[in-house]
Write a protein that binds this ligand. Structure first.
Ligand SMILES: C=Cc1c(C(=O)O)[nH]c(=O)[nH]c1=O
Length: 310
């Protein structure tokens, strides 16, 4: 019922984790592999291990979350070793997320990944909002085009990009024009909405320590922005570039809405952080109720078929 066609593979479920959540350690990654998710993605890796930002750096609220983790990760080799072993024991392709502190580091990491025995999908994160002094790459259109030009001059494995939210039609058009120039496997929209601020009115204080309390917003707060970005890229990109929908997926209805906008795979971050890996079975059960009530027996019958008002 939930078969999801993604490039040359059929996932048994469209659900997976969002990079950064439940994917830092071997234990977390194994739990993802054993869950009802269709597959999983690693935490965005950098060449060397990173401690990340000082704590508190994550805070959950009833409507979502704010985080300024600062790209903590156990380093490229740790995750490459894991996926190289794990891909021999799981049938579905694994996603490997790459972020970096510089374009040079991006290229170096991707060259090592190209030369490795990793057979899954690479997610190039161009949208980390929380490394002090580092702007989100994908808000710089020229830099994005330069990076993708360099990457595709040597990288031959399936690769997609994780994008920040855009809020202006001109930016949607500009980004789509750039992305359509490259043989991307997918585009993942959206990353957290960068540099939001959540405060504690009792303490009259911010709730996270880094960056004076500014951090990426996730959860229900951002679903309308996520749906718009999924829809925009679904309608503007070459059909060969598939869409991963991320942002605000808490229920089966949210999953249905992302699929209706054109997403093929769905990533869950904040709600996975709050609920644990049982979230995948719950959302699939809720999605099944919705699909049956509407007479749908598979996702392709409605995926991307959002109607406008004529
Ligand atoms: C990879 C860094 C990211 C982080 C982080 O490590 O702070 N948080 C996000 O919400 N999105 C990111 O892309």
């Amino acid at each position: 019922m939930f078969e999801t066609f993604f490039k040359n593979y059929t996932f048994q479920s469209p659900l997976m984790n969002a990079s950064g959540v439940h994917c830092m350690t071997i234990e977390e990654l194994d739990e993802m592999a054993d869950s009802k998710a269709g597959t999983f993605v690693t935490k965005s890796v950098t060449r060397q291990k990173r401690q990340g930002n000082p704590e508190p750096r994550y805070y959950g609220t009833p409507l979502g979350s704010i985080n300024s983790m600062g790209l903590p990760n156990l380093g490229f080799d740790y995750y490459l070793d894991y996926v190289s072993k794990r891909q021999k024991t799981v049938s579905q392709p694994i996603f490997f997320s790459v972020a970096s502190m510089s374009m040079e580091e991006n290229i170096e990491t991707l060259k090592k990944l190209e030369d490795s025995d990793f057979q899954g999908f690479t997610e190039l994160n161009l949208s980390c909002p929380n490394v002090a002094g580092k702007p989100q790459v994908a808000y710089d259109f020229d830099l994005t085009e330069n990076i993708l030009t360099e990457v595709f001059s040597f990288f031959t494995k399936p690769l997609g990009v994780k994008l920040p939210p855009y809020f202006d039609i001109a930016h949607f058009d500009q980004m789509a024009t750039i992305l359509n120039q490259f043989p991307l496997a997918f585009v993942n929209s959206i990353n957290s909405v960068g540099n939001g601020l959540i405060i504690d009115p009792e303490k009259e204080q911010v709730v996270i320590k880094p960056k004076e309390g500014f951090g990426g917003i996730g959860g229900q707060y951002i679903k309308p922005v996520a749906l718009a970005n999924v829809r925009v890229f679904y309608t503007r990109l070459n059909p060969s570039i598939q869409i991963i929908g991320t942002g605000g997926i808490v229920s089966g209805q949210d999953a249905f809405e992302h699929l209706l906008c054109g997403a093929s795979m769905l990533q869950i971050g904040t709600q996975l952080y709050k609920e644990g890996t049982s979230v995948f079975a719950r959302i699939l059960a809720e999605l099944e109720v919705i699909m049956k009530a509407k007479g749908y027996t598979n996702i392709e019958q409605f995926r991307g078929k959002l109607k406008t008002i004529e």
